[in-house]
Write a protein that binds this ligand. Sequence first.
Ligand code: PMP
Length: 357
Amino acid sequence: MRKHIFNAGPCKLSDSCLENTSKAILELNNSGQSILEVSHRSKDFQAVIDEAVALFKENLNIPDNYHVLFLGGGASSQFAMLAMNFLKTKAAYVNTGTWSKKALQEAQLFGEVEVIASSEDKNYTYYPKGFKIPTDVDYLHITSNNTIRGTEIFEDLDSPVPLIADMSSDIMSRPVDVSKYAMIYGGAQKNVGPAGVTFVIIKDEFMKSAIKDRVIPTMFKYDVIADGGSMYNTPPCINIFALNETMKWVKAQGGVKEMERRAIERKEMLYAEIERNPLFRVTVEEGSRSRMNIPFIWAEGKEELQDKFLKFAAERNIVGLKGHRSVGGFRASTYNACSIDDVKALIKCMQDFEKEV
Ligand code: PMP
C-alpha cells in the first residue's frame, strides 16, 4: 500500500512518473534497451533530454534568452560554482537559514560576502522583507524557500544587481517571473524529480559575464555545460528521464498555476488544524509561512508525546513527519505531488491523536 509521504526530499513523486520510469527501466521506447543502458549520445536519450528542457521552459514560462541546464553535484555544488564564476569582489546574501548560510560560506571562498538581511535574530522564523539591495555587489543571492525552517518568499524581487535564487524546494510550485533573475538553481529532489540531478536556469547575458581571469575547471563553467547541451560529461540519464515525466505531469495537471492553487489549499488546511489542535503549535510567523514545508511543535508540556505520535502516524501509513534536528517537533513537506488526501489523512491523524491522549 502506498504511504502518505511527507518527506523533505527526496519526496513523493507522481504515480505517472513512477510508472513510466519503471517501464523505461525495463525498456525505453521499444529500443530493446533500458534507460539505464542506453547511450546518452543515442537519439532515444537525446529526445528525452530535449523534451525535459522544453517542458521545463514551457511550465515555468522561461524566456528564450535563458538556458536550462542539468548537472550533477546537487544544489550544494552550485553554492560554490556560482561564486566561482560570478563573485569577483563582493556579493550580497540574504541569510534565511541553514541552506543560505551554507551558500554564503561557500561564496566566502571566492570573495567578500555582505549579509544584507537575516532572520537569525528570531531563529529563522520569518522571511526578512523590505531590505535595501546595494548596487556595488556582483550579485544578490536568496533562498526562496527554506526547507528546514519553513519560511518562503512569494514575490520575485526587483533587484538592481543580478539576482540569483536557490529554488530547490519551491520551484514549479508557483508562476515565477524568470526575467527578474540572472540565475535560478536547485536540486531536483522536491518538485521536479528524484535526487541526482540539479537544474540551473541561467540568463545568457549573465552566463557570458562569468569571470575570465580566474582559473575555473572546465566542468564548472556554465557556458561549457550549455554548449554541450548538458552533456559535456555523461549526464544522470535516468534522473533526467524521471524529471521529464514529472514535467509532463505538471503540465497535464494544469501547470504551475494549478500547482500553486493546490499548494495554497494544502497549506491552509494544515495550518488551520495546527492552530486549532491544542496539542500543537506553529513555529513560523504569519506572512512568511512556506507552502512546501510546514513545521510544527508540541504545545508546552506535551513534548513527551513525540515518539507516541510518530508511532501513531506510522500506523496510519503516514511517514516523513519527524522535524529537522535543529527545529525538533514535526515538519510536513507538502510538495507538488502531495495530495489533498495525504493532507486530510494527516489532519485526521492529528485529530484522532487529540482524542486518544
Ligand atoms: N538548498 C535548499 C533550499 C535545500 O532544501 C537543499 C536540500 N534539502 C539544498 C540546498 C541542498 O541540496 P543538495 O542536497 O541537492 O545539494
